[in-house]
Write a protein that binds this ligand. Structure first.
Ligand code: CTP
Length: 473
């Protein structure tokens, strides 16, 4: 019995109102699941046998807050916002779906019919809000047992549940990744059979679930499930294509899909930044396109970071992900993901560190976190060695940043300064001098200061046959 968890005045008011009208009302779905899992939730779904809108209207009046009610007549639902909670009222319905679309034909139904059309047993539990059994758990499909067994299972035959709404295939994997559950075997087989039907769902809704998987504590597990269920190839073929190992002359390369998943899993331990996780997912996306076999050195993926970073905008567009700074950030990290590794393998020179700081800007720490996650060798000694070297790179980065302030570098001498000094209109020489100043600072020939840069500008100008206008030397 859960009556102690139903102290919110809305629950009491619903019990009173349904007593008067003879209707039945239940709190259902995610709120009940999360209550049992001990996860607080403020989204409450109430199913009413009868009109959900009418009951919601009554409750809003009783609360003295009719203005807090929003009614969606077309959907037969009403939303009430009360003291930080969002409570949705809906009449019990039976839904039948047309095959070619996911728009249901909705008809009024009983509470049992409503519950049977829900996605998973763990989401198909309800708690009564009726005075005669207020707080009683109604678990028609064994949701409680499945929560204990940590299993995702559909209440009806899985083929029916998934074909009713193919988005549920993504949801099954999302819940498995969020809760660290398994998917019941029969259910997983049904997902495999129905995978191609994910195409009738809009890519925005698919990606909404995908990003929830990406943000979950077990994102790697979710990604592996998406691939083995055959869903990934339907909406993200570039990632699916990473899987597989080729062997030539007995030499195999590592499986890029599983390597990527391992990098993502390593990263998930250190960051919950969605876009950094995306950078991990895409860091080697250029590998299938650059793969070559060389009889002397084996498999190579030369330039995969360039090819990969070029692929990012198209992938983001195709998946309707934001094309703004977030995309540019992912693109930048994909492009630079080998640089700290190269640095750590050689003697670290100040100028290489300066260049990396200059190119990565404020994203340098995220880049280092990504690179640390990218060390996936099975040989522990090798991993330790790399991580030690990365610590040295980080120290060097901090030291040079302290000295030269190159993060988000702004040129100490502007194009206007150059034109003004040499009395020039915009022309090629201005660009040449600007680049020379930047390179001199990055190479450590001059410090990152205005005074030294101005002096250097005069000398570079002279090399191009230019004279400062107010100075005859
Ligand atoms: N539901 C369903 N099929 C869907 C979406 C939702 O059967 N495709 C049902 C489930 O019973 C679910 C409830 O509607 O519990 C509410 O859905 P939603 O708010 O999307 O999900 P929650 O289960 O509340 O989980 P979360 O808030 O984490 O999305």
């Amino acid at each position: 019995m859960f009556e102690n968890n139903l102290k919110h005045p809305v629950f009491q008011l619903i019990a009173k109102a349904t007593d008067e009208t003879g209707q039945s009302a239940f709190v259902v779905g995610g709120w009940v699941r999360d209550l049992i899992l001990g996860r607080a939730s403020k989204d409450i779904d109430i199913v009413v046998e009868g009109s959900g809108i009418e009951l919601a209207g009554k409750i809003a009046l009783e609360l003295g807050q009719p203005h807090k009610l929003v009614v969606y007549k077309n959907f037969g639902t009403a939303m009430l916002k009360a003291s930080g909670w969002e409570i949705e009222f809906v009449g019990a319905r039976k839904e039948s779906y047309r095959n070619e679309s996911r728009k249901p034909i909705v008809e009024d139904g009983s509470f049992e019919e409503d519950i049977s059309r829900r996605d998973f047993t763990i989401n198909a539990m309800a708690i009564s809000l009726n005075n005669k059994n207020f707080g009683k758990l109604i678990d028609l499909y064994g949701g409680m047992a499945d929560l204990e067994k940590k299993v995702i299972r559909t209440p009806l035959e899985a083929d029916i549940t998934y074909s009713d709404d193919p988005l549920r295939m993504m949801r099954a994997i999302r819940f498995a990744a969020q809760l660290n559950f398994t998917i019941d075997c029969e259910s997983f087989e049904a997902i495999k059979r129905n995978a191609s039907r994910i195409r009738i769902v809009s890519i925005e809704r698919v990606m909404d679930e995908f990003n929830k998987i990406m943000l979950s504590p077990h994102a790697g597990k979710g990604l592996k499930m998406l691939r083995s269920a055959g869903l990934l190839r339907e909406f993200f073929p570039e990632l699916d294509a990473m899987q597989g190992v080729d062997v030539v002359d007995g030499k195999a390369h590592k499986d890029n899909f599983f390597h990527t998943i391992q990098v993502l899993e390593n990263l998930c331990k250190n960051s919950d930044n969605l876009w950094l996780r995306w950078a991990a997912l895409l860091h080697d996306i250029g590998k299938p396109r650059t793969k070559q076999f060389d009889s002397k050195i084996g498999w190579t993926f030369h330039g995969h970071e360039f090819v990969g970073s070029k692929m990012v905008p198209r992938i983001f567009k195709q998946l309707r992900l934001p094309l703004d700074d977030k995309m540019k950030y992912v693109q930048k990290l994909v492009l630079l993901h080998l640089r700290p590794i190269v640095l750590s393998e050689t003697v670290v020179t100040d100028s290489a560190v300066r260049r990396l700081l200059f190119e990565a800007g404020d994203d340098i720490d995220d880049l280092m976190t990504l690179c640390e996650a990218d060390i996936t060798s099975a040989r522990q000694e090798k991993v330790k060695q790399y991580l030690r070297n990365f610590r040295l790179v980080r120290e060097k980065l901090a030291e040079i940043e302290e000295k030269d302030k190159l993060r988000n570098w702004q040129p100490p001498v502007s194009g206007e300064d150059i034109m003004e000094t040499f009395d020039l209109n915009p022309c090629r020489e201005v660009g040449v001098i600007k680049t020379a100043i930047r390179e001199a600072i990055l190479d450590g020939i001059i410090p990152n200061s205005r005074e030294e840069a101005l002096q250097f500008m005069i000398e570079e100008g002279k090399k191009l046959g230019l004279q400062p206008k107010n100075n005859a030397n």
